[in-house]
Design a binder for this molecule. Structure first.
Ligand SMILES: [Zn+2]
Length: 411
């Protein structure tokens, strides 16, 4: 029987230690990112814990952290997350996942299981150093180009290139393609993370078993109207593009609800030109963020809403154009691993939920190559990426036990 209160204490100790002044660049938030002393000290903290458990510690050519209890070439099961933060971050996003993975390693030793494990803490998940999310895992999966690393990815702090910063920190970015070898011996991968939404809290569940990570479409809709005087122009003589905006926002809500399957749609940016109280707008631009775990579903909503906006503009004598910014496919996770996690979760008697992740994670990249799954724990009121972020180490301790049991069962 695993002593969960002891696990909770150890996870909490790691998290609180890493919330101290040595490990964050801000006095009122967690702020750490690649190639800073604070980030270095965070990796060193985990390295110390893992060495004491008999792990060999290394880093890939750009600084993704790796620790394993078997020599290279032997099969291992992967666990971990990231320990950088956004610039105004909380203590738990990412770091709790790494601390929980370390706890899995401790329980593995204490329980005499001696399961072959490899812990990974990915570089620059949050993109705080270079404005590039999931950078470490994208480098690992070769989802970047050398030109981007050498030239276009630049530090938010000083504008110098990723390449230059990596070299200065003692890494070998010229060998970035070798990062993929970190995954060579992995038979599976499980990342634990705070949920970053309020589903678990509001449904009274302590554990989320993630079977898919949402993909998304990002687009802009631009509606061209005619700028006129708000007082002097009768209602019948207007070409007011904000009417198309209003109709499209409601249509997005309707279609996303009707489509279901976890599909969500948001208009988060609205730009009204000229944006004056006494002027009919000549033009509006608004964004579409449409996501979901089911590719056909969210892409269908994106198509329908784009077509609707064009029709709605035309019906009012205006013109709408839709420009796609970016699209990312949904990532289905590995059923066998999710099932093993479910069996382990069930045996604890604690409430859990099978769910998808609306947020992006490094696991999206890992899942390209390695059978993968994720485990979520609740975070208070769904708050993340903010100093008010809060999560319960007792839930993380529960997750650690479930992950260990699942890995043992998957052998
Ligand atoms: Zn995170």
């Amino acid at each position: 029987m695993v002593d969960r209160s002891r696990s909770a204490e150890r996870i909490e100790r790691d998290i609180e230690t890493l919330a101290g002044p040595h490990f964050t660049r801000s006095s009122d938030a967690i702020q750490r990112y690649a190639y800073t002393p604070e980030y270095r000290r965070t990796l060193d903290h985990f390295a110390g814990e893992l060495r004491s458990l008999g792990f060999e510690v290394s880093e890939d050519p750009v600084g993704t952290f790796v620790a394993r209890n078997r020599p290279p070439g032997e099969s291992v099961f992967g666990i971990g997350s990231h320990c950088d933060s956004n610039r105004n971050g909380g203590k738990y996003d990412g770091t709790m996942g790494v601390a929980t993975a370390v706890e899995v390693c401790r329980l593995n030793v204490e329980g005499g299981l001696d399961l072959p494990l490899q812990l990974i803490s990915f570089l620059e998940e949050e993109g705080s150093g270079f404005g590039q999310m999931l950078l470490g895992s994208r480098i690992m999966l070769q989802r970047v180009t050398e030109e981007e690393l050498r030239e276009s990815f630049r530090a938010l702090d000083d504008g110098r290139s990723f390449w230059e910063h990596a070299e200065e920190a003692g890494y070998e970015p010229a060998r970035w393609r070798e990062s993929i070898h970190v995954l060579d011996d992995l038979t599976g991968w499980i990342e634990m993370h705070i949920e970053q939404a309020r589903v678990l809290q509001d449904t009274g569940n302590r554990i989320g078993l993630v079977h898919a990570i949402a993909g998304y479409v990002h687009a802009d809709v631009i509606v061209h109207g005619r700028g006129d005087h708000a007082g002097a122009t009768p209602m019948d003589l207007r070409l007011d593009p904000t009417t198309v905006l209003a109709e499209t926002v409601l249509e997005l809500e309707r279609v996303a609800r009707e489509t279901g399957q976890g599909t969500v749609g948001t208009v988060g940016e609205i730009e009204v030109d000229p944006g004056l109280i006494n002027a009919i707008a000549s033009r509006v631009r608004f964004s579409l963020d449409i996501r979901g775990p089911v590719e056909e579903a969210y892409r269908g909503v994106a198509r329908e809403v784009a077509a609707f906006a064009e029709r709605a503009a035309e019906a009012r004598g205006m013109r709408a154009e839709v420009r796609q910014r970016q699209a990312l496919p949904a990532t289905p996770l590995d059923e066998r691993i999710v099932d093993a996690l479910e069996t382990a979760a069930k045996s604890t008697g604690e409430p859990y939920l099978r769910m998808h992740s609306g947020a992006a994670h490094d696991t999206m990249c890992v899942a390209d190559r390695i059978p993968s799954a994720m485990v979520f724990v609740p975070c208070r009121d769904g708050i993340s990426h903010h100093p008010a972020e809060d999560a319960d180490p007792a839930d993380a301790a529960l997750a650690a036990g479930i992950i260990l049991d699942a890995i043992a069962a998957l052998r």
